[in-house]
Design a binder for this molecule. Structure first.
Ligand SMILES: Cc1ncc(COP(=O)(O)O)c(C=O)c1O
Length: 404
């Protein structure tokens, strides 16, 4: 096998929308020696991360941390709160929402799907449609509403608060389950204030960690539902976690070294400050969109209110295979971009601008895209690189003036 550290020169550009690049400071923290997860030192680490991570979710309630990918955290959210045959209203904004539906079916739930289709994959969640459907459900057969905060396959971010308002307007008691696997740490997220019952997250996106930690932030209503829900659960059971966590320990072996990393992430994010982190994501996303517009290309997301600060999915003109463009860009410039998934496979490529990303990281990505598209014969109207530089320069100048 080719050695992964044998790139010809310079660093590989990991431009996919997660896993995102892991900063050196976090890599160093992860390299500390593994300690006894039942020993006294561990409790300090466990308490710090279990407490500190709550700030990222905007909650004072417990957050469960699993050694798992995001898919595991999806499953945990459902098996703890629902019972076989329960109807769940799942809004389809793209491939990840569709995969979550498939998981729900495998668990024996009955998803009812809103959104979806070609158009649904170009927009965020339509809260009015959710309100209309819940208002018809007079017998309250729908037990949960499931939405994806940031749809990583399309670059559409949905307004979670509007969904809560829709549920309240319909006076419907369903639980609100939100996948914020790629939204958390990149955009404001308020689990408590938005009345979310289970927020589902993963370590490998805005948290800047390697893959391997899955999260469930849970409301008191979700805990009450868990006491009655009957889907089988063992590894994922919240109650055992909740029994152990207050002392800083876990019922089974946690991934100690990723928790070192998480501890460092919490420090780094507190140092930069969440508002500054979110502004940085917005600024980079705006510059990326300026590039796409200057190229004369379309974004997959058609609703500007739903433009994602995390990634931009760029639609290729008819006759151009987006996967060929990605392949050229990887081979020539050592830049990995996200593939089109599901019904948009080969139609789009995705540029990540999340996590440990700054102006020049983005500029490198955009330069790689521009050169790669030119090599593949994509007709570009103008230079996206110049447009993005001008966008970044304008914002930075305004900020500098303000600071002076
Ligand atoms: C929005 C969203 N949901 C779910 C998942 C699945 O998570 P994982 O691949 O970590 O299991 C992903 C992965 O990219 C995602 O972006």
């Amino acid at each position: 096998m080719q050695r992964l550290d044998s790139h010809p020169s310079g660093r590989h550009f990991l431009g996919i929308p997660g896993p995102s690049p892991v900063p050196d400071r976090i890599l160093r923290a992860i390299s500390y020696p593994t300690i006894d997860h039942r020993g006294p030192e561990f409790a300090e680490l466990g308490k710090k991360v279990l407490d500190g991570v709550r700030g990222l979710f905007g909650t004072t309630q417990p957050v469960i941390i699993y050694p798992a990918s995001g898919t595991g955290a999806w499953e945990a959210a459902m098996v703890n709160t629902l019972s076989a045959g329960d109807r769940v209203l799942m809004y389809e904004t793209g491939q990840f929402a569709a995969l979550w539906q498939a998981l729900a079916r495998k668990l024996g739930l009955e998803p009812e799907v809103l959104g979806g289709g070609i158009r649904g994959w170009r927009m965020g969640v339509n809260a009015d449609a959710i309100e209309a459907r819940l208002s018809q459900d007079r017998d309250h057969l729908i037990k949960a509403v499931c939405i994806v905060h940031n749809e990583t396959s399309t670059g559409a971010m949905s307004d979670v608060a509007s969904v809560r308002r829709a549920m309240d307007a319909a006076s419907h008691p369903a639980l609100l389950l939100v996948d914020t696997i790629s939204g958390l740490g990149c955009a404001p997220y308020l689990h408590d204030a938005w009345g979310v019952d289970v927020s589902i997250a993963g370590s490998q996106k805005g948290m800047m960690l390697p893959p391997g930690l899955g999260f469930n932030a849970i409301s008191p209503k979700a805990r009450a539902a868990a006491a009655k829900a009957t889907l089988p659960r063992a590894y994922w059971a919240w109650d055992e976690m909740l029994a152990f966590n207050p002392s800083g320990y876990f019922p089974s072996t946690p991934n100690t070294n990723l928790l070192y990393g998480l501890s460092e992430v919490i420090d780094m994010m507190n140092e930069e400050g969440l508002p500054a982190i979110f502004d940085r994501h917005e600024r980079l996303a705006r510059a990326c969109r300026a590039a796409v517009a200057a190229w004369g290309l379309e974004l997959q997301c058609l609703d500007e209110r739903a433009y994602s600060p995390v990634l931009s999915a760029v639609v290729m003109p008819e006759g151009i295979d987006a996967d060929e463009v990605r392949k050229t860009i990887l081979e020539r410039f050592d830049l990995s971009l996200g593939a089109g998934l599901g019904q948009i496979k080969g139609r789009v490529f995705r540029i990540g601008h999340l996590g440990d990303c700054n102006d020049l990281t983005l500029m490198a990505e955009l330069a790689g895209c521009e050169m790669g598209m030119q090599l593949c014969g994509v007709r570009l109207q103008g230079s996206g690189v110049l447009a993005a530089m001008s966008s970044l320069r304008a914002v930075n100048t305004a900020e500098h003036r303000q600071a002076a």
